[in-house]
Design a protein around this ligand. Structure first.
Ligand code: GTP
Ligand code: MG
Length: 314
């Protein structure tokens, strides 16, 4: 009985101790909480948001790195384990993954806009309008690609950082067209310039050039957006952009029929155009195709600048 009473007291003592400890702990936690709250209150909001941003970014970056490492190790192990029976095929897979990753990175970072189209359509005048805000009178047929990286003239007065654009003007002369292949893999966007005045006599030639561009693997696979730019609209005799779009669609449709017949014989375009069995229309293309109007001579180039800034963010 005596013993029982003693053990009971000890238990009560311990319970009392635990309660006291718990109370102390609560008070300490409360103090800590108050101090932390005061500390946070004393930090200016901009600094606080910045710090939160850095923490979130670090966690995000860490997770992405872990994920990429897991995928990479998986791919390597997988390709090694299969190397005995089908080593070549898996090495090719690994190579393709790396090439795709590099391409994706390149595309994201690309600030190249390629100006193309028949000779005399006004590419070089547009190039100078974009760069200098003037048409540089007395321009002659270009014999070399014209390229430069600059902040658009219309944006030079803008405050803050503006991303420079790499503009390439590839001459329309048929001998120089292969040069286009050097620049297309870098392109964030293609501008196909059409002379809206002398359009009808050149519709066939323009369509042939456009057909070649729209069936190139470097364009279709990367879905490079293309702007059909109807230039020289300052002239009253200029055709409307809707008329030009429809005529080009009709002509491309005819070309497709003849080229498909040819390609089964020998020369094959890398990709086919449009949807088989349906009349060709630009909206069938995998890459986005839009139509706009400009006048390089008068400097009315806002629709071209809009396209550039859509794909090369400022
Ligand atoms: N009316 C009018 N004429 C223009 C316009 N843009 C260009 N031109 C004229 O069209 C002609 C050809 O212009 P370019 O800029 O040299 O043409 P391009 O496309 O560079 O030609 P290539 O270098 O041969 O491929 C020049 O005489 C220009 O003055 C325009 O908007 N309106
Ligand atoms: Mg030129």
């Amino acid at each position: 009985m005596h013993l029982f009473l003693r053990s009971d007291k000890i238990e009560l003592f311990f319970i009392a101790m635990d309660d006291q400890k718990l109370e102390n702990l609560k008070i300490q936690l409360q103090q800590l909480h108050n101090e932390a709250y005061e500390f946070v209150q004393s930090i200016p909001p901009t600094q606080l948001y910045g710090a939160i941003g850095v923490v979130i970014f670090t966690i995000f970056f860490f997770l992405i790195t872990v994920w990429c490492s897991i995928v990479f190790v998986h791919v390597i192990l997988h390709s090694k384990s299969q190397l005995h029976d089908n080593g070549y095929v898996h090495s090719v897979h690994l190579y393709e993954i790396l090439v795709a990753a590099v391409r994706l990175f390149k595309r994201r970072a690309s600030n190249t806009i390629v100006l193309t189209g028949l000779n005399g359509s006004g590419k070089t005048v547009l190039f100078y309008q974009l760069r200098d805000g003037s048409s540089h009178q007395g321009i002659v047929t270009s014999m070399e690609p014209n390229e430069d990286t600059f902040v658009l003239h219309s944006e030079t007065a803008k405050k803050g950082k503006v991303k420079p654009v790499h503009i390439v003007d590839v001459p329309g002369h048929s001998r120089l067209r292969p040069k286009l292949d050097e620049f297309l893999p870098l392109a964030a966007g293609i501008v196909f310039v059409v002379d809206a005045v002398e359009f009808l006599p050149n519709v066939r030639a323009a369509s042939e050039y456009l057909y070649d561009i729209l069936t190139k693997a470097s364009v279709v696979k990367r879905k490079i957006p293309l702007l059909l730019l109807c230039n020289k609209v300052d002239k009253v005799t200029a055709h409307t952009k809707d008329f030009i779009r429809k005529q080009l669609e009709k002509e491309l449709d005819k070309l497709r029929a003849s080229r498909t017949a040819l390609s089964s014989a020998d020369i094959a375009n890398e990709y086919s155009l449009g949807v088989p069995g349906e009349a060709f229309a630009f909206h069938q293309c995998l890459n986005k195709i839009s139509v706009a109007e400009t006048s390089g001579s008068t400097g009315d180039i806002s629709q071209l600048e809009q396209f550039i800034r859509e794909y090369v963010q400022a």
